[in-house]
Design a protein. Structure first.
Length: 470
């Protein structure tokens, strides 16, 4: 064997697995298809918030577990789904402690509970992408330096192409390196290359009829190579039809200053999201991730608009507890906010049917007045985000698109991050971590639990499981 484990992907999940493996006396090889030292990946571009289901990870396990289940209980969706999800609450504090042991520094990012632990230094409280030297980038560099010191630096410019199977056993992978294909052997393979958000064929099959209409708001490098390798090796794939993302202003297509922040979710979850007929088509109260998924599944993912009024624009949209706030950041960065003294005039400006919009807003305001949101079509939940009336002119609108960061389904795993076959049995020597794994996030409600936490927790579990099976 050339190594104890081969890790496909050099994002946070892969580097966590490799570092923990070294600590446990294992010899890892990390393959990263990026060729530059600061190769793009979702974790490097993230905002750096370390939470589980928007809970402070130092809170009691039972509190975090309740939040995880409230986000999306998988017990009826996947075999063992509730058990797999529970590792997020069980290991949340442990993962934070591991990071704080000389690997990362944290600050308090804001007043909301989920902002208690933010990787330092933080990104600016403004629009656009500013990641170099920020907390997530610093963390990845430190994890990489630890591997370099142990003579296990990631191999850049390498891409896994096929599992290496001998006598019906997984014994390694065939990888494409700078000098051609090579057979690499190890007793364990860890899939850590993120989701398949950059693979338009898979995206069209599972996520959206027009995936090219979605905007990449992460590294945009996840091609699903690991997914294909795992499936070839007999692994089950689950929950491939949802992703983590946000609503972005449609101007972000041409204006890079408008992605990955600010997000239009902050307005839409208190207002209404309508199609070209002026009709609501999803429950805005479920939040931005759910709305982004709903937009992506439309026949035309570029035909939806958020409608709100002046009070929402000067109130909710200007709330700086969730940086960066929309007002005035969005317009200052070049985003267009349409405004008009009447709904009819606003509808004309954003190519929405005025009669449909008028009926929708009337019904919405009646529901706000009578608290009868269950009578709306579709019903509007109010447990997390409070709906606001749309009455005070000027009325406003922002055309939106779905911004995708990573797909949330993937390879079925057990509590030790071992890949499972079609009947739920572990496949010897195959593991999946981070966004390549399925069963923790996604599901029927597009449940978002926390990408950074999932990467570290599953990465630690995988390394410790491989060490136990030596």
């Amino acid at each position: 064997m050339e190594a104890d484990l081969i890790i496909i992907g050099g994002g946070l999940a892969g580097l966590t697995t490799a570092n923990r493996a070294l600590e446990l006396g294992l010899r890892p090889i990390v393959l990263e298809k990026g060729k530059e030292v600061d190769y793009p990946c979702n974790s490097r571009y993230s905002g750096g918030l370390f939470h589980v289901a928007f809970k402070d990870v130092t809170k009691p396990v039972e509190d975090i577990e309740a939040a995880v289940k409230a986000a999306g209980d998988f017990s009826q969706s996947y075999p063992g789904g509730d058990s797999i999800q529970s590792i997020m609450s069980e290991d949340a504090a442990k993962a934070l402690c591991w990071l704080r042991e000389g690997r990362a520094k944290f600050i308090k990012g804001g007043q909301p509970e989920f902002m208690r632990w933010m990787l330092a230094p933080p990104r600016p409280r403004g629009a656009g992408l500013d990641w170099k030297g920020r907390g997530p980038d610093v963390l990845l560099r430190r994890l990489t330096e630890a591997l370099q010191e142990a003579q296990a630096a990631p191999r850049l410019g390498w891409r896994a192409v096929h599992p290496l199977i001998e006598d019906n056993h997984l014994v390694g992978i065939i990888a494409q390196g700078p000098n051609g294909q090579e057979k690499l052997r190890a007793r364990a393979i860890v899939i850590a290359d993120g989701g398949f958000q950059a693979n338009m064929e898979l995206m069209q099959r599972y996520i959206s009829p027009k995936p090219e209409a979605l905007l990449q708001r992460g590294g945009g490098t996840g091609m699903g190579d690991g997914l294909t390798i795992a499936e070839t090796a007999g692994a089950a794939l689950i929950g491939l039809d949802s992703f983590y993302g946000h609503l972005l202003g449609r101007d972000a297509i041409e204006n890079p200053k408008l992605w990955p922040y600010p997000v239009v979710d902050t307005i839409a979850r208190s207002a209404i999201l309508v199609d070209q007929a002026g009709l609501r088509f999803t429950d805005e109260g479920l939040g931005g991730v759910s709305m982004a998924n709903a937009v992506a599944k439309l026949a035309d993912p570029m035909a939806s608009v958020v409608i709100f009024d002046e009070e929402t624009w000067t109130g909710v949209a200007a709330d700086n507890r969730y940086p960066p706030c929309m007002n005035p950041v969005y317009e200052n960065a070049g985003g267009k906010v349409f405004a008009a003294p009447s709904l009819n005039e606003l509808a004309f400006k954003v190519s929405v049917d005025p009669d449909g919009l008028s009926r929708t807003v009337d019904g919405w305001n009646d529901a706000v007045d009578t608290a009868s949101f269950s009578n709306l079509s579709p019903p509007r939940s109010v447990e997390t985000f409070q709906p606001e009336p749309i009455r005070k002119p000027p009325f406003r609108a922002i055309p939106v698109i779905a911004g995708i960061t990573y797909t949330m389904g993937g390879i079925a795993i057990d509590r030790d991050a071992r890949a499972l076959d079609q009947v739920g049995n572990p496949i010897r020597g195959l593991y999946a971590v981070g966004s390549a794994s399925g069963g923790i996030e996604g599901g029927p409600s597009s449940a978002y639990i926390g990408g950074l936490a999932k990467a570290v927790i599953t990465g630690l579990r995988a390394a410790e499981s491989i060490a136990k099976e030596r």
